[in-house]
Design a protein around this ligand. Structure first.
Ligand SMILES: NC(=O)C1=CN([C@@H]2O[C@H](COP(=O)(O)OP(=O)(O)OC[C@H]3O[C@@H](n4cnc5c(N)ncnc54)[C@H](OP(=O)(O)O)[C@@H]3O)[C@@H](O)[C@H]2O)C=CC1
Ligand SMILES: CC(=O)C(=O)O
Ligand SMILES: [Mg+2]
Length: 496
């Protein structure tokens, strides 16, 4: 830590950590676990975003498996080249939507690598059981295509049948070589592929889309926790999203499911409390014909509204959620409008990395006179406001996927079910204390994350058993203890 702290530039810390992961994996995990709040922003958002942008020029060694179009027809052989056989989790991207930074082609590899290091550090999955994969089908990023250090295929993205066939070959080969219980986490695909992949493979593989489902579960947890302290129910709230893609509609749908469960109303009815704005304005029924499939459930009957601030004034949300991938879109007038409507406006700026956050913590507090309950996808430092220290939470799917993954693995689950996501949300929300909330937090500190992940894993596993989706029999009596006993710890072995 002493030598790491000497680096002033975050990217240098990132590179030092990546070198350490390569040369002394145990020490890497020991540091990451013991200094999680300090090192998460180094190996994860925001620094991993910069690392992906500059991946070609900082490249040292391949840290995961690249599978390119050129390997079409040979993916099984390529997978066999990976030195480990007992793979339990694969995080796979095609690099088309890396955080809110757009298409970074196969430089997106930083994301599967970073996510899997959190699987180990936060969720206790053995490092050797993790496989980062980047599918290289080209990139539409002109700057990368011209960049002499670009490490991927220099061609525009393959689409249609060619893309589908490559992905299908990959999915089939994974099952053939690693078995049907390997968890495949789709990460940072563009939405025009993400929803289809999830639907297509959701019934044949153990798959999970972190951006759609993990994000949904974490946000729901934050809201359940917040309401525990401010009072009221989810059904009492009105939600407005800026951004109607994977994260936005994913959260909206899980929220509607939970409201429907809590109030016994059909999910179609619950959806009416939730409104989304995309790049063309409020999603309303008059836009139906031109809407992508995943937006259609949100096309409510209403006049079109173009500006977010007008949507806030008309819809009167109690909760405003940013999932647009565009920074500085929660402007002063937007936050002021939220504060005029609500004593405690809940404002979540989920877009990553920090540069894409819809507003900063300081802006949220200043423009709401210190009244906002604020959390963001990438971390912000505490803010002094009129003599009080306000601590913004980090609303990031990193709270959920490591524990969820551990729960699926330890129960031998064969499918991911929405009820497991709801169980994970409840488990996370239950860890938020009054003391956390009084500081401004609607998520527990990351310092406790391994304990939290064990709890999430236990509740997810319990749900898997209840749903008949678990294959590890008999069911362990104490699932929390069992989860803890399954967790990797970076200790040196004694060779005495
Ligand atoms: N905190 C967390 O845990 C997570 C954060 N994220 C972050 O969320 C962001 C979005 O990700 P994702 O949902 O997958 O991306 P998508 O591309 O699927 O969705 C982005 C949405 O934002 C809309 N949008 C873009 N620009 C604007 C604008 N100027 N005004 C209004 N709407 C706009 C798009 O509109 P249109 O459809 O019209 O193009 C689209 O609906 C990223 O920055 C990502 O890092 C994602 C997952 C987890
Ligand atoms: C956190 C995350 O998954 C994202 O920003 O895409
Ligand atoms: Mg993601």
């Amino acid at each position: 830590m002493h030598s790491l702290r000497k680096y002033q530039v975050p990217l240098q810390k990132y590179m030092a950590m990546m070198d350490l992961q390569e040369t002394n994996e145990r020490l890497f995990y020991k540091l990451l676990i013991d200094h999680v709040e300090e090192l998460l922003p180094v190996v994860y958002t925001p620094t991993v975003g910069e690392a992906c942008q500059k991946y070609g020029s900082i490249f040292r060694r391949p840290q995961g498996l690249f599978i390119s179009l050129k390997e079409k027809g040979k993916i099984l052989e390529v997978l066999k080249n990976w030195p480990q056989r007992n793979i339990q989790v694969i995080v796979v991207t095609d690099g088309e939507r890396i955080l809110g930074l757009g298409d970074l082609g196969c430089q997106g590899m930083g994301i599967p690598v970073g996510k899997l290091s959190l699987y180990t550090a936060l969720g206790g999955v053995r490092p050797s059981a993790c496989l980062p994969v980047t599918i290289d089908v080209g990139t539409n990023n002109e700057n990368l295509l011209k960049d002499e250090f670009y490490i991927g295929l220099r061609q525009r993205r393959a689409t249609g049948e060619e893309y589908d066939e490559l992905l299908h070959e990959f999915m089939s080969a994974v099952k053939q070589i690693f078995g049907e219980k390997v968890l495949i986490q789709f990460e940072d695909f563009a939405n025009h592929n993400a929803f289809e992949l999830l639907e297509k493979y959701g019934t044949t593989h153990l798959v999970f889309n972190d951006d759609i489902q993990g994000t949904a579960s974490v946000v729901l947890a934050g809201l359940i926790a917040a309401l525990k302290f401010v009072g009221g129910t989810l059904a009492d709230q009105r939600f407005l999203f800026l951004g109607a893609g994977e994260a936005g509609t994913g959260i909206a749908e899980l929220m509607a499911l939970e409201i429907s469960k809590q109030t016994n109303v059909p999910v179609e009815e619950a959806r009416k409390k939730i409104w989304l704005v995309d790049s063309k304005g409020l999603i309303v029924n008059s836009r139906w014909e031109s809407l992508q499939q995943f937006k259609k459930p949100w096309a409510h009957v209403h006049e079109p509204i173009n500006e977010l601030v007008d949507a806030v004034k008309v819809i009167k949300p109690t909760v405003l959620i940013g999932t647009s991938g565009v920074g500085s879109t929660f402007t002063e007038d937007v936050v002021e409008a939220m504060a005029a409507l609500n004593e405690k406006p809940i404002i979540l700026s989920l877009s990553n990395p920090t540069s894409q956050s819809e507003c900063t913590a300081e802006e949220a507090y200043k423009w709401s006179q210190g009244r906002a309950i604020f959390a963001s996808g990438s971390p912000f430092a505490p803010v002094e406001y009129k003599g009080k220290t306000l601590v913004p939470g980090q609303a990031n799917n990193a709270y959920i996927f490591p524990g969820l993954g551990l729960g699926l693995i330890m129960s031998g689950a064969i499918r991911v079910h929405n009820d497991m996501l709801l169980a994970a949300s409840e488990a996370l929300a239950a860890q938020v204390t009054r003391e956390n909330f009084d500081k401004g937090l609607i998520f527990p500190p990351f310092t406790d994350i391994r304990k939290i992940s064990a709890q999430i894993a236990a509740d997810v596993a319990a749900k898997a058993y209840e749903l008949g989706l678990a294959t590890r029999l008999p069911q362990p009596k104490d699932l929390v203890k069992y989860a803890e006993s399954c967790m990797y710890s970076p200790t040196y072995r004694s060779y005495r």
